[in-house]
Ligand binder design. Structure first.
Ligand code: PGA
Length: 298
């Protein structure tokens, strides 16, 4: 059984022990599956084997500013549905509000589900009233942190430089940063999509390839709208090429998630697109039946 099947949450470690069992590398680093045959058989439009087929899909929920302790019952239902067959096929992560990280990590104990957070301060500690550091989230039991979500970029004016600093902070705390990028509707309409993605990748990514990238078109988030499969394929192929150019071989192993109005009804076709290595799910991650429906499609 792999490390991700039995994640060691910091909450389970003796007080003061900050290392992750299994080495000093960040948790959730191993997104590589034992290469299930049905995925290896997948070919791209040129008939060549999809070189990213070996990346184990990651289905990540983003609860945003939703959920009190009552919502932990949904988390428990998600865990109950994350059976052995699903564990082999995909990694399940639920990014809860900071207030729930500790309790969620306890609920997730031994379930194989990992718990993430949604933002962090770039510094490890200090005079920053109301902020929460990556180290604090790690201590509470998080394994990953979403950084640079478009709602943070819009609501809080976060720049690529700040997003990058937060991604570096997550790595410093041995957490997996999920770095979000994506174009606005106006940018897509004016044909700037790839230029925007290029700029955000250049500015927001840390030096390390121990990351996850989430492509989330801003206009698709929470709207029920999704890009065409061809548009998703184009964006993901572009991001893959940029990652490979920047990180070499390691760039080919970085999971690229699609996010924006993913639901059970469209998950299968989106997740089948080349270089889509999973999904970042907002609204449909709040209910176990919806979230598990997406997982079943992966
Ligand atoms: P949505 O949100 O699935 O509700 O569109 C996705 C996200 O913002 O991560």
């Amino acid at each position: 059984m792999g490390r991700l099947d039995r994640p060691i949450q910091p909450a389970r470690l003796p007080a003061g022990l900050k290392v992750w069992i299994g080495g000093s590398s960040p948790p959730m680093e191993d997104y590589h599956s034992p290469k299930p045959p049905h995925l290896l058989a997948r070919t791209n439009r040129n008939g060549r084997a999809n070189r990213m087929a070996a990346i184990k899909p990651l289905i990540a929920g983003n609860w945003k500013m939703n959920g009190t302790t009552a919502a932990l019952a949904e988390l428990a239902s998600m865990e109950a549905g994350y059976d052995q067959a699903m564990r082999v096929r995909l990694n399940m992560l639920v990014c809860v509000p900071a207030t729930l990280v500790s309790a969620a990590a306890t609920v997730a104990l031994n379930s194989g589900v990992t718990i993430g957070a949604q933002d962090c301060h770039a510094k490890p500690s200090g005079a920053h009233t109301g902020d929460i550091s990556a180290e604090m989230l790690a201590d509470a039991g998080a394994s990953a942190i979403i950084v640079g979500h478009s709602e943070r970029r819009t609501d809080h004016g976060e720049t690529d430089e700040q997003v990058r600093a937060k991604a570096e902070a997550a790595l410093r705390a041995h957490l997996k940063p999920i770095v979000c990028i994506g174009e606005t509707e106006a940018q897509r309409k004016s044909g700037e999509t790839l230029a925007v993605l290029k700029r955000q990748l250049a500015g927001s990514l840390p030096e390390s390839a121990a990351i996850v990238v989430a492509y989330e078109p801003v206009w698709a988030i929470g709207t029920g709208l999704t890009p065409t499969l061809a548009d998703i394929a184009e964006a993901h192929a572009f991001i893959r090429a940029e990652l490979a150019a920047r990180f070499g071989e390691a760039g080919s192993a970085i999971p690229i998630l699609y996010g924006g109005s993913v639901k059970p009804a469209n998950a299968a076709e989106i997740l089948a697109v080349a270089d889509v290595n999973g999904a970042l799910v907002g609204g449909a991650s709040l209910k176990a039946t919806d979230f598990l429906g997406i997982c079943q499609a992966a």
